[in-house]
Design a protein around this ligand. Sequence first.
Ligand SMILES: NC(=O)c1ccc[n+]([C@@H]2O[C@H](COP(=O)([O-])OP(=O)(O)OC[C@H]3O[C@@H](n4cnc5c(N)ncnc54)[C@H](OP(=O)(O)O)[C@@H]3O)[C@@H](O)[C@H]2O)c1
Length: 273
Amino acid sequence: MPPEAVDYILYAPTGPVTDFTPFTRAKAVLSLWAGVERIVTNPTLTLPLARMVDDGLAEGMVEWVTGHVLRHHLGMDQDICRQDARWQVHIPPLARDRRVSVLGLGALGAACARALAGLNFDVAGWSRTPRTLPGVACFHGAEGLRAVLERAEILVLLLPATAATDNTLSARTLAWLPEGAVVINPGRGQLIDDAALLEALDAGRVGHATLDVFRVEPLPADHRYWHHPRVTVTPHIASETRPASAAQVIAENIRRGESGAPLLHLVDRAAGY
Ligand SMILES: NC(=O)c1ccc[n+]([C@@H]2O[C@H](COP(=O)([O-])OP(=O)(O)OC[C@H]3O[C@@H](n4cnc5c(N)ncnc54)[C@H](OP(=O)(O)O)[C@@H]3O)[C@@H](O)[C@H]2O)c1
């Protein structure tokens, strides 16, 4: 179909479209991804931009985050990686005595915080604007970051990549984490100053980092993260847009567009997410 005949553009950063100017009659760009950092600053894009908020995506993220939080909370590696005929007893604390912080309380972060609170973890969350979530101690803004990091035995990053969130974890803020804290990043690679994290891992100040997203993807084969004993790398698989549920979100937004109703999940271009 020629670009000038297209009404709605379904967009993925891995697709071919980088110049939106030929799409002269298009009414909106509907992103198939939740993260829109690769399109939000595109100067050729003047159309409304909606991002993906999908039940399937949220469910997948809850499962991935909960699984990795439980791995570290229960110390599963000690059993799974050490089958050496030594009867060593280690009793993990109850979840109620484990402090978990979630940076980002949007569609995905809030779902994860809720699920972790549902398992009885002592959960705190952080957002840009004030949020209220039952069972979650909520902090916001630059002034709230230190408090949420200082209590984070396990830290989950679910912020979008924007100018304001770049290097949220830096040498300065990593120093606010409790000794031996675990960092779990299914958000975006840009959230972390990699050199600072590696230094903290080398020193054992950060006990482990489970990283799903990176500044360069695929993560280059010679990157230190691949070989670091305190790092687990997963290849950007924390959660996928699920066609069955995502198609309904897209269809609903097209229906809205055609009936003149406001689109769902519009991106705030100034905020960048
Ligand atoms: N690894 C994967 O497979 C995968 C899959 C999907 C998505 N993701 C990542 O997950 C991210 C989050 O997705 P989402 O749907 O939950 O996004 P969202 O609904 O837009 O939520 C973003 C959250 O981050 C907060 N935030 C943004 N800028 C901030 C700042 N400067 N300081 C403090 N908080 C800030 C927002 O605060 P407010 O509540 O105040 O707006 C909001 O709570 C995506 O952007 C993407 O990068 C990864």
